[in-house]
Design a protein around this ligand. Structure first.
Ligand code: GLP
Length: 246
């Protein structure tokens, strides 16, 4: 059946894009739905293959759709909106979205603090701290790569914990009596390097969001300095701003 585009001055690829976007936004095409092939879209809307391809390619780069080699194009999951107002950990963020949080520990060791870490954790250069590298998963899918440097004093038994299962923020709060209370964080856009791309399961050079976060506990004492790499196709940040009235 030939359906018509809406007509008007907008380019045809754009009109098709908006039709697909609407199907996704209204939930008619849920996350994971296989959308019609380029050929089917051409027949349905009486458009050229190139037009259909352009619409799909743009929606793929916006993260609304994703392609699977040899299978077709599917509706993606909406990005995770990371709130920048409340201090939350990965586990809480995933639970709030009804996704199953997970971690693969890549390494967990004692490590002499380098300059950046020593300064942020307010320890002496070369003083031992824990260094924990975890691949963070949501419903078994890799989302972020996190390297946490954690102060040794007060957390001496950290490596005895099950770091694949337990939340670091919960361990700090409940096992070590150092609840994460505040954090300062920087965000930066970048491209995935080779190892990051392999672990995050994205092509080398894909957009990523890098964060550096220093988390403090009571008396403004730093407990964790974390550098993280989030998949750019999965994350967006949300904050609220109030204009200075003076
Ligand atoms: C966020 C922060 C990390 C922190 C983690 C704790 O992802 N960027 O600095 O280590 O939360 O998450 P969890 O409590 O799930 O281990």
């Amino acid at each position: 059946m030939v359906e018509s585009l809406r007509g008007g001055p907008l380019p045809r690829y754009y009109q098709l894009k908006e039709i697909i976007r609407e199907r996704i936004m209204t939930g008619e095409w849920a996350p994971g739905t296989l959308i019609p092939s380029e050929r089917e879209l051409c027949e349905r809307y009486g458009i050229s293959r190139m037009t259909a391809r352009q619409s799909i390619t743009e929606l793929v780069s916006e993260g609304l759709l994703y392609r699977e080699q040899g299978k077709g194009t599917y509706v993606g999951r909406p990005k995770i909106a990371q709130q920048l107002l409340r201090l939350t950990g990965f586990t809480e963020d995933m639970q709030a979205r009804a996704q199953r949080p997970g971690a693969r520990v890549l390494s967990a060791e004692m490590w002499p603090a380098d300059e950046a870490t020593a300064e942020r954790l307010r320890v002496k250069l070369g003083q031992p701290v824990y260094k924990l590298r975890r691949l963070r998963l949501a419903d078994s899918e890799p989302l972020a790569l996190e390297t946490s440097c954690i102060t040794f004093i007060g957390c001496e038994r950290l490596l005895e914990s099950d770091l694949e299962r337990d939340s670091l923020y919960q361990l700090l709060a409940h096992s070590f009596d150092m609840p994460p209370l505040e954090a300062e964080q920087e965000l930066e856009a970048d491209l995935a390097g080779e190892e990051e791309a392999r672990l995050l399961d994205v092509p080398v050079g894909s957009p990523v969001l890098r964060t550096r976060r220093v988390t403090t506990t009571r008396r403004n004492q730093p407990v964790e300095y974390a550098t993280s790499v989030y998949r750019g196709d999965k994350y967006r940040c949300h904050t609220r701003m109030v204009r200075d009235q003076s």
